[in-house]
Design a binder for this molecule. Structure first.
Ligand SMILES: [Zn+2]
Ligand SMILES: [Zn+2]
Length: 142
């Protein structure tokens, strides 16, 4: 990669590389979510989803390999059918022009950093939050 243009657009992919995307602009709000569904979806202590305007998010390849899990609460989670990487979260009754993608799949560096912990009431017992970011028991208050 040449370093001059490696920052924009940001690019990312799933573990196996079947699915790749580019993002022109990442929105500033980015939280670590400790809810049990995020923990299970990621197989980790928490998820970190970044937001982008739909118009700024582009599938470069492999979109057809996205599988969707529709949860009983109406939320959707999309993942790679081959490697299982967690890629996309869609809220129930979503009408926003926003796409939420898992930051862990991003390959580019981004100047935007997570700014909060949310749904900390559902935090894994074995994980202690030790950074100074604000914590919200459920959704962040905007
Ligand atoms: Zn994959
Ligand atoms: Zn969550």
């Amino acid at each position: 990669m040449d370093n001059e243009n490696s920052q924009l657009p940001y690019t990312g992919q799933c573990l196996c590389g079947l699915i790749q995307y580019a993002v022109d602009k990442i929105e500033s709000q980015m939280g670590h979510c400790h809810c049990s569904m995020c923990r299970k979806f990621h197989g980790a202590a928490f998820s970190t989803f970044a937001e982008a305007q739909v118009a700024n998010f582009h599938w470069l390849k492999g979109k057809k390999h996205l599988k969707t899990y529709l949860a009983p609460n109406g939320t959707q989670r999309k993942f790679c059918e081959q490697c299982g990487s967690s890629l996309i979260f869609v809220p129930a009754n979503d009408t926003r022009e926003i796409i939420e993608f898992s930051l862990g799949t991003l390959d580019s560096d981004t100047p935007i950093k997570p700014d909060a912990h949310v749904f900390t009431d559902y935090r894994a017992h074995w994980y202690e939050i030790t950074d100074p970011l604000p914590q919200f028991k459920e959704n962040r208050k905007t």
